[in-house]
Write a protein that binds this ligand. Structure first.
Ligand code: IPD
Length: 306
């Protein structure tokens, strides 16, 4: 039967807001520990894990009560070893707290990212940042929207008509350093970090001084993959380039960005779990052909197990 996506969206928005309350409570608890405890590091790490797990449990429980036949892939249950294969069945794909490092520091770019995949393609996305009360939503084929505190949904992008980027020199580009090295392995190892840094340098560097330099308007690092997608959809960023995202980082964002006229490249392999080329490519000229490019080089679940 056809899925009633608008009613699923309504349910997932209410759930994301509920999760947002728990994220805010967690952040407060962490800031208190940071302020009061000598052994702050261990305690705040424990608290982060605790809130990551609590938010995911809240969300997965409510989703499975409401949609008992749908599959569920979540960051926390995945890292705890629950790794269902991706099928053509409707599958929720959730990062309970995206921007974990920001969450620890109280840097207010943290969100829950809640997506729905059908036939291995993302079709619905909700990204909610409880710190700023910004809610981004999208349904494939029906547009994407930003709702701010007490406001009406605003159709994305917020700019009247996104123009093709005439040149990188006019682009504000998000890049990311990748996530926690201890928990996730290789993001910060010497080889990837030096490849990334030199790509960042070439992106931002003046060609007169940096071989291969492109000199973007500037680079940003927001610290949340999902919010990078949302910011491109909104029009605040022109490009988001990252190597090595997980499906729950990008699922909701893909729908929201594409519905706003964005172009996502490299996302397919996230959902089909094929091995991606582990080397790091340059940002290429084809960035200039489209409007808002997000280049996501991704690793899929099968790779996470190696
Ligand atoms: C991470 C953040 C980070 C990005 C990583 C993600 P997490 O997610 O979005 O900005 O660079 O690729 O895995 O660990 O905060 O949920």
């Amino acid at each position: 039967a056809e899925l009633d996506l608008p009613s699923i969206l309504e349910f997932t928005i209410a759930l994301a807001r509920k999760a947002g309350d728990l994220i805010l409570a967690g952040s407060e608890a962490i800031q208190n520990v940071e302020a009061s405890n000598v052994n702050e590091k261990k305690n705040s790490v424990d608290l982060v894990t605790e809130y990551d797990v609590r938010v995911e449990e809240l969300v997965s429980k409510e989703l499975s009560n409401k949609y008992p036949t749908f599959q569920f892939i979540g960051e926390e249950s995945y890292s705890a070893g629950h790794r269902p294969p991706l099928t053509d069945e409707p599958t929720f794909c959730v990062d309970p707290i995206d921007g974990t490092t920001n969450f620890v520091h109280g840097f207010p770019y943290v969100c829950i990212s809640l997506g729905l995949i059908v036939n291995k393609r993302p079709v619905l996305g909700v990204i909610y940042n409880p710190f700023l009360n910004h809610l981004y939503t999208g349904i494939k084929g029906r547009g994407s929207f930003l709702t701010k505190a007490n406001g009406q949904p605003l159709k994305l992008p917020l700019t009247a008509s996104p123009k093709p980027l005439p040149s990188l020199s006019q682009a504000l580009i998000a890049v990311e350093w990748g996530s926690d090295p201890v928990e996730w392995g290789s993001d910060r190892a010497e080889k990837p970090i030096s490849a990334k840094s030199s790509s960042f340098g070439r992106l931002a560097g003046d060609p007169a001084h940096i071989p291969g330099g492109k000199m973007a308007h500037s680079l940003r690092s927001v610290g949340s993959a999902a919010l990078n997608f949302a910011l491109v959809a909104q029009g605040g960023l022109d490009l988001y380039w990252e190597v090595g995202c997980w499906p729950w980082d990008v699922c909701a964002g893909i729908v929201i960005a594409e519905e706003a006229g964005g172009v996502v490249t490299g996302s397919h392999e996230v959902f089909t779990a094929t091995k991606s080329d582990p080397s790091f490519g340059d940002v290429t000229e084809d960035i200039l052909k489209g409007r808002k490019y997000i280049v996501v080089r991704a690793i899929g679940p099968s790779e996470g197990e190696t």
